[in-house]
Design a protein around this ligand. Structure first.
Ligand code: CP
Ligand code: NVA
Length: 309
C-alpha cells in the first residue's frame, strides 16, 4: 500500500505511470456509462472512506466515481459527524477504526499536521484531497489535462501561474520539478511562494521564475493556470487581499502576451481572478480539466492499492 499525500514523496516514474494508466483507462471507457465498472473490476469490494473538513464539489463527486468505476464503493463523511471532531476521540484511535472498516481514506483538511498524524496511524492508504499546503490529486490531474490537450509532454512547455501562492501552486511547483517543466509565477511581492518551497526547488537543482508583473510571467506561456485569490479558510482581510491582486486579474489583453494557442486552466471554484470572457473563451478548458479528475484519481487509487503495474 502507498499513501498519496504530497507529490514530493512520490518518484517521478510513479507519477508518470499514474498518468499513463489514466490515459489507457479513459480511452477504454468511451462506450461505458457513468457507473459501469472498468473491465476486470480491479478494486472490486474495496471501500474508500472520504472525510471533508472543508467544502468540496469536484473532489467529492469525482472520487465517488473513481472508486465506483474500479468496482469499489465509498462512504463520505463530514468531520463533525465523527467523534474525532466533536467527541474528542484521538486521531490514533480514529485511524485504527477507519483502517478496520475501510480500505482507503481520502481526507480534505485544514491541518497539515492531521495529514501527518493520520499517516502515522493508518494501516490503509491515505490520500490528501486538499490541505493548506498542497492539492496533489488536482495538480497531477492537471498535468494529464495539459498533455491531453497539447498532445506533447509537459516538459516541452512553459507553464504560467497567475495568482496567490496557495496549496494548488505549491503542488504545481513540486510538479515542475518532478516533470521538469518551466514554471513562471505572477503575483504581488507580498504573496510570493514561501521560502520553504523555494528552498526545496533549489535543493532539487531546479528553478522557478517569479515576477511581480503579470505580463512578464505570461510571456511565451503555453498554459496559464489560476485559482481563487482567497482560498477556503484563508484567514485574511479579503477586501485588502483582492485589492492587492487587482492588476493580476486575467484578461484577454493579458493572455495576448502568451503564445497564440495558449490555454487557460482553473481548478475551480472560481472567484473574480479571471474575466468571464477568458473563463468562457475557446482557450479555456476548465470543464475538461474538472472531468479528468475522475480518470486520474482512478489511477491514483490503483497506485495506492498496489495495483499499478
Ligand atoms: N478543485 C477542487 O478541488 O474542487 P472542490 O473544492 O469542489 O473539490
Ligand atoms: N486554493 C483553493 C483550492 C480549492 C480547490 C482552496 O484551498 O480553497
Amino acid at each position: 500500500m502507498k499513501h498519496f499525500t504530497n507529490l514530493k514523496d512520490i518518484p517521478s516514474k510513479d507519477l508518470r505511470k499514474i498518468i499513463l494508466d489514466a490515459k489507457k483507462r479513459k480511452n477504454h471507457r468511451k462506450k461505458l456509462n457513468t457507473l459501469e465498472v472498468d473491465k476486470g473490476a480491479p478494486l472490486k469490494g474495496k471501500m474508500l472512506i472520504q472525510m471533508f473538513e472543508k467544502a468540496s464539489s469536484r473532489t467529492r463527486i469525482s472520487f465517488y466515481l473513481s472508486i465506483k468505476q474500479l468496482g469499489g464503493g465509498t462512504l463520505t463523511l463530514r468531520s463533525n459527524e465523527l467523534h474525532l471532531g466533536v467527541g474528542g476521540e484521538s486521531i490514533a484511535d480514529t485511524a485504527k477504526i477507519l483502517s478496520t472498516y475501510g480500505d482507503g481514506f481520502m481526507l480534505r483538511t485544514d491541518s497539515d499536521k492531521k495529514i501527518q498524524n493520520f499517516k502515522k496511524y493508518l494501516t490503509i492508504p491515505l490520500i490528501n484531497g486538499l490541505s493548506p499546503s498542497s492539492h496533489p490529486t488536482q495538480v497531477l490531474s492537471d498535468i494529464f489535462t495539459v498533455e491531453e490537450i497539447k498532445k506533447k509532454p509537459i516538459s516541452k512547455m512553459k507553464i504560467c501561474w497567475i495568482g496567490d501562492s496557495n496549496n494548488v501552486l505549491n503542488s504545481l511547483i513540486v510538479a515542475s520539478v518532478k516533470f521538469s517543466f518551466k514554471l513562471s509565477i505572477g503575483c504581488p511581492k507580498e504573496f510570493e511562494p514561501k521560502n520553504e518551497i523555494k528552498n526545496w526547488v533549489k535543493q532539487n537543482n531546479k528553478n522557478i521564475s517569479i515576477y511581480n508583473d503579470p505580463k512578464k510571467a505570461v510571456l511565451g506561456a503555453d498554459v496559464i493556470f489560476s485559482d481563487k485569490v482567497v482560498s477556503l479558510n484563508d484567514k485574511v482581510n479579503k477586501k485588502k487581499k483582492l485589492e492587492k491582486f487587482k492588476n493580476f486579474k486575467i484578461s484577454k489583453k493579458l493572455i495576448s502576451y502568451a503564445k497564440n494557442n495558449c490555454i487557460f486552466l482553473h481548478c475551480l471554484p472560481r472567484g473574480n481572478e479571471v474575466y468571464e470572457d477568458v473563463f468562457l473563451s475557446k482557450n479555456s478548458y476548465v470543464w475538461q480539466q474538472a472531468s479528468n479528475r475522475t480518470h486520474v484519481q482512478k489511477s491514483i487509487l490503483m497506485y495506492c492499492f498496489g495495483k499499478l503495474r
